[in-house]
Ligand binder design. Structure first.
Ligand SMILES: NC(=O)c1ccc[n+]([C@@H]2O[C@H](COP(=O)([O-])OP(=O)(O)OC[C@H]3O[C@@H](n4cnc5c(N)ncnc54)[C@H](OP(=O)(O)O)[C@@H]3O)[C@@H](O)[C@H]2O)c1
Length: 345
């Protein structure tokens, strides 16, 4: 698994992916970077010197063992099967294959074993789903969850590099007294909060909310889990914050929750009531861990079965790039993950 391709290498996720691969010293023999014709020829600094971005095409995968895709669902639908036919394993950040029965939907902290059943394509879950699921799963294993009400406060970079540039230019416009003009997002994003920019279905849920419901059920292997999400965008550069109200089957104390979350992989508790310090996007930016705090019992749910908390996770990192690289490490002997599993010699 040595010759690696990054599709969408110039985008928000692709840029973070390059960063994570370098930081974790992913054991690749060579890298090839792909994007659209717009970026072809662009030189990007890489660990062993600059690499030139190439335009993605049908023969891009002729000498590739592993391909990370983060160029959107339509590109994945068109090119991931070609990459697989050429012999590469695909790790896809888009929504194209997530709900396919033969495609593992993997969060290594939850269902690492699912990678074993792949058929050439593995999917990274939606970013809001990952950030919620890594918090819910350790609780669910000890205290089965009956229902979750979740409200998200999602960063603008979740809509891509151009949306982030729009936040920055609109912020400058507003501060200079000019009206903000939306191009990428449907409404002004600077100094605004708005419902998630995905289409709304007949049931009233937008696509982001529907993904959180369906994907969490698939990852947990529990079709009965009830999740009621409301997904919002806030004028934050990166990191999604989420407020969760969780109803369990049986009573759970605040102390139980702290002990479980405090030892769960991929989490960091930030819950200082005296100083009023809790998870924020700025604290979680660039971090591998999802931050959890505001942990408290919900007295409106009877019998001590309710808990409320907030979490904040870098959606470009754990919500996309890091999770993808973690999956690749599970597949690659000699990688950081397998070295860590083996422990020091
Ligand atoms: N942003 C997030 O927080 C996040 C989190 C989880 C998952 N995702 C998913 O990851 C994927 C990428 O998202 P993103 O936010 O990184 O988007 P982005 O910033 O808009 O980047 C898109 C990337 O795709 C490339 N691309 C576009 N059209 C292409 C084409 N015809 N052929 C080849 N490459 C093409 C772009 O290349 P050019 O630079 O040449 O245009 C760019 O590298 C999406 O499926 C998204 O849903 C995003």
């Amino acid at each position: 698994m040595k010759r690696v391709a990054v599709v969408g290498a110039t985008g928000a996720v692709g840029t973070e992916l390059r960063c994570v691969l370098a930081q974790r010293e992913f054991p690749a023999e060579s890298y090839r970077l792909f994007a659209s014709a717009r970026s072809a020829g662009r030189r990007i600094d890489w660990v062993d010197g600059p690499l030139t971005v190439a335009e993605l095409g049908p023969h891009s995968f002729d000498d590739v063992d592993l391909a990370f895709f983060s160029a959107g669902a339509s590109i994945s639908r068109e090119y991931a099967p070609l990459a697989r036919e050429a012999g590469a394993i695909v790790i896809d950040n888009s929504s194209a294959f997530r709900m396919d029965r033969d495609v593992p939907l993997v969060i290594p902290e939850i269902n690492a074993k699912a990678v074993r059943s792949h058929n050439g394509i593995l999917a990274v879950p939606n970013c809001s789903t990952i950030i919620m699921a890594v918090v819910l799963w350790p609780l669910h294993r000890v205290h089965p969850i009956r229902r979750v009400v979740v409200c998200t406060y999602q960063a603008i970079s979740g809509a891509g590099a151009r949306a982030l540039a729009e936040l920055e230019s609109q912020t400058a416009d507003v501060l200079a007294g000019r009206p903000p003009t939306p191009h990428v997002l449907p409404v002004p994003c600077a100094f605004n909060v708005f419902s998630h920019n995905t289409p709304i279905g007949e049931d009233g849920y937008n696509v982001e909310e529907s993904k959180m419901i369906a994907e969490t059920r698939k990852i947990f292997g529990d079709d009965t889990l009830r999740i009621a999400p409301t997904c919002m965008r806030v004028p934050v550069r990166r990191v999604h914050t989420e407020a969760l109200s969780i109803e369990f089957e049986t009573p759970i104390t605040e102390q139980d929750a702290r002990e479980i979350l405090g030892t769960a992989p991929g989490l960091e508790i930030l819950d200082d009531r005296a100083a009023n310090r809790f998870p924020t996007p700025l604290a979680a930016e660039g971090r591998d861990e999802v931050y959890v705090g505001r942990i408290r019992c919900d007295p409106t749910i009877p019998d001590g079965r309710g808990l409320q908390l907030i979490c904040a996770g870098d959606q470009l990192r754990k919500g996309a790039a890091l999770n993808a690289v973690q999956i690749a490490e599970l597949l690659s002997p000699g990688s950081a993950a397998s070295e860590r599993k083996r422990g020091p010699t």
